[in-house]
Ligand binder design. Structure first.
Ligand code: SF4
Length: 386
């Protein structure tokens, strides 16, 4: 039975092409967008190498359907766009095709999204059914990243989190006003933010259960959203909703959409947002630590950590032998692992030279040099320009 269905399904999936190009899912999201879209109609177009917590993996990135009843202004799948080829795959077909690819060693995981047809709840059921078949009929235990449709039911969300390693709900904009401009049929609080809130509640009330982490994505730069808005919300999501990661997708215009004539967002803005987001998530920075320009955006010509150091540390360098961990994490070139290594090493001996930092696996201590003292002295080095 499946022998007849599966080749047809792979052909269908190949027709979908790299339709999730603008939906990053791994730990190096910008790398996922380096390919040119719609190069061919081969199944390879649906397979993307992503970085996951367990290393690099080729995953099937695809959709249950490219039809959608909503009309988000930036999206190639919006209702009424005649250039979009509408392809729909059933849960049985999707799960069977994934199983075939997985057994052939072509993929080691799946990212599954969907356009919305007959409402979010019905659409979510199709994703859930696919995941149930993959887990229960094909006994697949590897990586699944499943999309949360806007405003689904509590039980659906809970089951999704049991089946997946990662789930995502895209907030798209940082406020209701920005979202209205991007996606007029989406409700920021009720349909989107509430999903992240509920996911955290589910994790909190089921502490011993293995449940998926949550991620979200923003469309950056189409409707006047500022870095301050995006990073303030990201910070709140990291602190209060246990968000694993925020993705920032620079806007890129799609023909035959209301935004087709808007300019693309500078990729450097996306890059600076990721740098700042990591400072908030992994380095204990507060939003107030970041330097925003008058328009609410970060400078693109300098990384946010160096911008802070230039402002505060150039004239008042931090003493490495006595600095607290949070102070060390404000020094360019020193990350969480390096900071911990410094704290351990200085209990045993004095750190007096940049070579001592290098011995602690701090790869480029020259980056830190203009902003530190080593046992009371500025390090002996020439300043490196970046
Ligand atoms: S709901 Fe999703 S697929 Fe549908 S138009 Fe909006 S972004 Fe596109």
């Amino acid at each position: 039975m499946h022998a007849q269905i599966i080749p047809d399904t792979l052909t269908k999936l190949a027709q979908l092409g790299d339709n999730t190009l603008y939906e990053p899912s791994g730990d190096q999201p910008q790398m996922e967008r380096l390919r040119l879209p719609y190069q061919s109609r081969s199944i390879n177009e649906c397979i993307t190498n992503i970085m996951t917590p367990k290393g690099k993996k080729p995953i099937l990135k695809t959709m249950m359907t490219t039809a959608c009843e909503r009309n988000c202004h930036y999206c190639p799948f919006r209702a009424g766009r005649s250039k979009t080829q509408r392809v729909t795959v059933s849960p049985d077909e999707m799960a069977g095709a994934f199983d075939t690819l997985q057994r052939a060693n072509q993929v080691q995981g799946m990212f599954l999204s969907s356009g919305i047809i007959k409402g979010s709840v019905t659409t979510q059921d199709k994703i859930l059914d696919t995941a149930e078949i993959i887990r229960n009929r094909y006994h697949y235990r590897g990586y699944l990243h499943l999309k949360i449709m806007p405003g689904i039911e509590f039980d659906q969300l809970y089951r999704l989190m049991q089946l997946a390693d990662r789930v995502s709900v895209n907030l798209e904009g940082p406020t209701q006003v920005r979202l209205n401009a991007l996606a007029p049929k989406k409700d920021f609080q009720r349909e989107l933010l509430n999903m992240l809130q509920l996911a955290e509640e589910i994790r909190r009330t089921h502490p011993y259960e293995k449940l998926a982490g949550t991620v979200t994505q923003f469309v950056v730069g189409a409707v006047g959203d500022t870095d301050l808005e995006l990073l303030s919300l990201s910070n709140r999501l990291y602190r209060q909703y246990g968000l694993t990661r925020a993705y920032y997708s620079g806007f890129s215009p799609v023909i035959q959409t209301p935004f087709e004539n808007l300019p693309s967002t500078d990729p450097l803005r996306e890059h600076r947002l990721y740098q700042a987001s990591f400072l908030l998530r992994d380095y204990g920075w507060r939003v107030e630590d970041l330097s925003f320009m008058a328009d609410g955006n970060l400078r693109t010509d300098i990384d946010p950590k160096r911008a802070w150091a230039e402002r505060y540390l150039r004239e008042a360098p931090i003493e490495i032998m006595t600095a607290r961990r949070d102070q060390l994490l404000h020094i360019p070139g020193i990350g969480p692992v390096g900071a911990d290594a410094i704290l351990r090493a200085r209990r045993l001996d004095k750190l007096t030279d940049l070579s001592h930092l290098r011995q602690l696996n701090i790869r480029a201590p020259e980056q830190a040099a203009p902003y530190i003292l080593l046992d009371g002295h500025r390090p002996a080095t020439q300043m490196v320009l970046f």
